[in-house]
Design a protein around this ligand. Structure first.
Ligand SMILES: [Zn+2]
Length: 369
């Protein structure tokens, strides 16, 4: 017999239903603080917001750069696109802000001068380049080059067939081609010319003259689709669920918090002004991104406090993405402020003392309403 879960009056729908665990900071961002204030159905509904925060938000770039790789693995959905409520498909290109690691790789490309195939190497570090030299040399000598795993497509991955190391320090790699069969061009060129490439690179490495020769760090473009509205609602969800985790859902089920609840669940879309083509619409009532200010933290941090009569939250993710959340216009009987800090590796979250909260707020103070 399956043991039935204890029921709770759900923070969002107000119904008595079996609870399901809510991660205050989404698991994909390293959250390890949970609450039992929400029912399963409402958790499912808000789960899509967490997904958007992890995959289709500006914040997710920080996640790529900052999430400890040893802690856990969650794939970033790179090809997702966002269709706004008005049917506008939004895409954004972000240029190399997070300096992703460049994997050591060698491309086969036709020379514009000679028409022959040339080999061009790329690596983020000289150690990575050395690993590439050794790996390909070994693969040619042991005749295992042609048994490497071959990945074909997509078109946006570029036309050059290339051999790529999985990581700069790991002697294992794969071949990327646009169309199956393109790899033969690469294999032939490697067998013919790799020895010479190796000799030249090793000489340059010895002389220290490698810089700018053949492996300049390329500019890396990350293309992703953003869903700002979902990102903002996800942040509102974090602040609201955090408050519920600290004081229980009962004080938060009243009318004061009804607009916020509806906003998070997406029940009421704020009537949009007419967005111009390509313009990203988001509901501006509850959440805004802070350009300056926020909380001093190395990881994630949530503060709920009062500004004037309003109950507000400040949510800082990955120490740099800060948001201001308006939780309720008036709610006088809450014991505020309260704050919590989270590490990025799911190992420890902690409640902050009043003294720590005072130190947490940036010199600029809290943003005005
Ligand atoms: Zn519910």
């Amino acid at each position: 017999m399956v043991e039935e879960r204890e029921s709770v009056v759900c923070l969002y729908c107000g119904q008595l239903r079996p609870w399901s665990r809510t991660h205050i900071i989404p698991r994909a961002l390293g959250g390890d603080l949970t609450s039992r204030t929400n029912c399963q159905e409402c958790n499912w509904r808000t789960g899509v917001l967490d997904q958007a925060l992890a995959e289709r938000a500006i914040t997710s770039l920080s996640r790529v750069a900052r999430t400890p790789k040893t802690g856990f693995t969650v794939a970033l959905g790179g090809d997702a696109f966002f269709e706004s409520p008005e049917g506008v498909v939004c895409e954004l290109r972000v240029r190399n802000e997070m300096s992703p690691e460049v994997l050591p790789q060698v491309h086969a490309r036709p020379s514009t001068d000679t028409g022959k195939t040339e080999l061009a190497t790329t690596a983020g570090t000289s150690d990575g380049l050395i690993a590439l030299l050794d790996f390909v040399e070994e693969a040619i000598e042991s005749d295992t080059l042609r048994s490497l795993h071959i990945k074909s497509g997509p078109a946006k991955a570029g036309p050059d067939p290339r051999l790529v190391l999985h990581r700069p320090s790991v002697p294992a790699g794969f071949v990327r081609v646009q169309n199956p069969g393109d790899e033969e061009l690469l294999f032939d060129a490697l067998e013919r010319g790799w020895h010479e490439v190796c000799r030249a690179h090793r000489e340059q490495l010895e002389e220290g003259s490698l810089r700018g020769v053949a492996h300049e760090r390329p500019r890396v473009d990350v293309t992703m689709s953003l869903s700002l509205d979902d990102e903002y609602r996800a942040v509102a969800r974090i602040a609201f669920d955090y408050l519920a985790s600290r004081i229980g859902s009962e004080p938060l089920r009243g009318d004061d918090f009804a607009p916020l609840r509806n906003y998070i669940l997406g029940d009421v879309q704020h009537p949009p002004r007419n967005p111009r083509p390509g313009e990203v619409f988001y509901d501006p009532r509850f959440v805004r991104r802070l350009d300056t200010g926020g909380l001093r933290t190395d990881g994630h941090c949530i503060l709920v406090c009062r500004v004037g009569p309003e109950v507000v939250g400040i949510v800082t993710l990955y120490s740099r993405s800060s948001f201001f959340v308006r939780l309720a216009k008036t709610q006088t009987n809450l014991d505020l402020p309260m704050a919590h800090e989270f590490s990025l590796d799911r190992e420890g979250n902690r409640q902050l003392t009043i003294q720590e909260i005072a130190q947490l707020i940036d010199e600029g103070g809290l943003p005005p309403l």
